[in-house]
Design a protein around this ligand. Sequence first.
Ligand SMILES: N[C@@H](CCC(=O)N[C@@H](CS)C(=O)NCC(=O)O)C(=O)O
Length: 223
Amino acid sequence: MSKPILYYATLSPPSRAVLLTAKAIGLKLELRPINLIKGEHLTPEFIKMNPQHTIPTLLDGDDTLIDSHAICAYLVEKYGKDQQQLYPKDLVKRANVDARLHLDSGHLFARLRFLYEPILYYGSTDCSIDKIAYIQKCYEILENFLKDQPYLCGNELTIADFCCAATVTSVNDAAPIDEFKFPKVLAWLKLLAQLPYYKEINETGAEELKTIFKDKLAANRGK
Ligand SMILES: N[C@@H](CCC(=O)N[C@@H](CS)C(=O)NCC(=O)O)C(=O)O
């Protein structure tokens, strides 16, 4: 059986969430890098495949899947063997994971985009305190979830941790995580960093994105 094909970029937090999930379940993917700056996601072929023109996009046989959260859930369900706890079968547990995935989609990643995209793509210089504070508001929510548990949905690692952490670690230079206000968020990131594949898959791309963001902001400001 041929491997599922992933259109992705290491700079892209949602792509990294899918890569972390694939690694956690031991699934090999055929990787096809997409350069967003060059507009490789805006070709007629790509838009035909994914009308939302986003990465990650997964091709599995004749099926096309879009959205990192949906893809992570699909991969665990279809290919995870002893790793079903990453997306639990129990309905209540699963609903909690889904809720955290929506937190990433609707709040965390949405706020990262709101800050990053105008600077990366449209020459903006707006790195204003309200955008930063808006992201840090999400850290407050994460801190509350992590109050009595090591992972976002309890004592077990789930795909919600991958999705939220890939976003947070991509924006925590512009929107720093205050160690006094958010100690649990920092402890959670440290815990995830212990995964043997985490550095290679998440950290390198996250650092690269933060550097590009800083350089672009400075260039837009004419520095
Ligand atoms: N909710 C989507 C968001 C994906 C997304 O916005 N990816 C960005 C790269 S990080 C992208 O493809 N942007 C190009 C575009 O929106 O045209 C997911 O989780 O997959």
